[in-house]
Design a protein around this ligand. Structure first.
Ligand code: NAI
Length: 455
């Protein structure tokens, strides 16, 4: 039996940061990972998709540069080289995580771990034929793609016709036509990449809007932009089955079909809690996700669940913060998890970034709010550098408290700006105090200030 003070199951952003922080706090830590350090985010999610998207953006810039007085001829994109570069980036980051673990004295076990129960030494996890015990257990086992029982879907995955986020990021041959099932974050980012490099794309989405909970005006502008770019949207359409070379769906009760030589299934993710032995401890789950309190504790004392495993907000940066909250609880430091100012970004082109309430969600909570909207064109830098698009910044203001409670943006650079709004919301800054902040000029972020002065 290998004994530790903190045992971490899963080496994604939640798990590796928890291990690092716990080790920095003086704890003896063991981290168990079955696949690759960095988890979904580094290996088959956030990072590789950004590498691909940046190549596509460069390609698009080069093609569309004449308006800026730059002529580039014979511009080409080599998809296979894009994938190679992505692999290099992933390799660098994954080995960086390994080095960080080593530098902090974390014992890393590369094997699938299964919780066996509790012994006198603590919680026991079996991995690679060895037993590991920890006084505290942090479950950070992540999530897996949802694969509904649609006829032909699983068979499609088995024969490589249907891809999930994992396979599509490694696919070196370009499809002639890509069909994306699900117009959420993964679907839109991948559709964005493929359409930018010239592959015809169809998105089939069950709802009447894309980008899920994204603010409705932002979602509408994104839809308009992508329609202009040639993506074919089938909204309010329900996929009924996957055929040999097509996806079948229903539109207004009518059976339809679209041909494709590759299909991306991106209809959501679920906590990867099956088969990890939760039942051996009696860890409580709801719809497959581990239930946690504001310290990330489960119903079992000394057992924590962070990241996608608790299904609260499936974003790497949420996992990071949850990791810190769990470790602080272990170290006896005062801290609690707050979810009201967690930003979210969709790395389409234009980018989408949001934090806090929308007008609808605020009103549903009984808040009295007003909204103000500033065009990105109010920013001198934006106008100087960006030619196309109807980007804007929309703020949601709590009129009773005179506070910013939501910020929703679409346009270039917004992914890098949103944390500013998150900070204002998290710190509950009065609008009048925010107005006194000095923003650097010229920057696109000034549009937030412009919008504030419309309140
Ligand atoms: P999602 O939940 O974002 O979107 C799924 C979409 O599929 C929804 O619009 C839903 O209405 C639709 N859908 C569900 N069943 C369907 C059906 N049978 N036919 C047609 N449409 C259907 O899920 P997605 O895109 O798979 O992403 C999974 C997770 O990964 C999300 O939780 C997201 O937060 C995370 N992620 C975050 C990124 C970011 O922060 N930039 C990037 C990529 C993923």
């Amino acid at each position: 039996m290998v004994k530790s003070e903190v045992l971490v199951l899963g080496g994604g952003p939640g798990g590796y940061l928890a291990a690092e922080r716990a080790a920095q706090g003086g704890k003896k830590v063991t981290l168990i990972e079955k696949r690759a350090l960095g988890g979904t985010c580094l290996n088959e999610g956030c990072i590789p998709s950004k590498a691909l998207l940046n190549s596509a953006k460069l390609y698009e810039h080069a093609k569309d540069s004449a308006v800026f007085g730059v002529t580039a001829e014979n511009v080409k994109i080599d998809h296979s080289k894009v994938i190679d570069r992505k692999d290099k980036v992933v390799k660098t980051l994954v080995s960086g995580v390994g080095m960080t673990m080593k530098a902090n004295g974390v014992q890393v076990v590369m094997a699938e771990g299964v919780i066996k129960g509790k012994s006198g030494d603590g919680f026991v996890v079996e991995a690679g034929g060895e037993e590991y015990a920890g006084e505290k257990l942090i479950i950070a086992c992540g999530s897996v793609p949802v694969v509904p029982p649609l006829p032909g879907l699983r068979e499609g995955i088995e024969r490589g016709y249907v891809l999930t986020n994992r396979e599509i990021l490694d696919k070196k041959d370009l499809p002639k036509h890509l069909v994306v099932i699900g117009g959420g974050v993964i679907g839109l980012e991948m559709a964005s990449y493929y359409s930018m490099i010239g592959v015809p794309v169809t998105i089939i989405e069950m709802l009447d809007k894309i980008a899920g909970p994204t603010e409705k005006e932002v979602s509408a502008v994104l839809l308009k932009e992508y329609k202009k770019r040639g993506i074919d949207f089938k909204l309010s359409c329900k996929v009924t089955s996957v055929g040999e070379d097509c996806v079948n769906f229903e539109e207004n009760g009518e059976a339809k079909s679209v041909k494709a030589d590759a299909v991306l299934c991106s209809i959501g993710r679920r906590a990867a809690t099956q088969g990890i032995g939760l039942e051996n401890l009696g860890v409580y789950t709801e719809r497959g996700a581990i239930v946690t309190d504001s310290h990330m504790l489960t119903n079992i004392p000394n057992v924590y669940a962070i990241g996608d495993a608790n299904g609260k907000i499936m974003l790497a940066h949420t996992a990071y913060r949850e990791a810190e909250v769990a470790v602080n609880h272990i170290l006896g430091k005062k801290d609690i998890m707050r979810y009201s100012a967690i930003p979210s970004v969709i790395y389409t082109n234009p980018e989408v970034a949001s934090v806090g309430e929308t007008e609808e969600s605020a009103k549903a909570k009984g808040m009295e709010v007003k909204t103000v909207k500033a065009s990105m064109k109010m920013s001198g830098r934006y106008l100087a550098e960006v030619e196309k698009g109807d980007g804007f910044c929309k703020l949601v203001i709590d009129t009773k408290k005179n506070r910013l409670v939501g910020c929703h943006m679409i346009g270039s650079y917004v992914s890098e700006m949103i944390y500013g709004a998150a900070l204002m919301i998290e710190r509950e800054m009065p609008v009048d105090d925010i107005k006194e902040l000095v923003f650097p000029h010229p920057t696109v972020a000034e549009v937030i200030r412009e919008a504030l002065f419309m309140v």
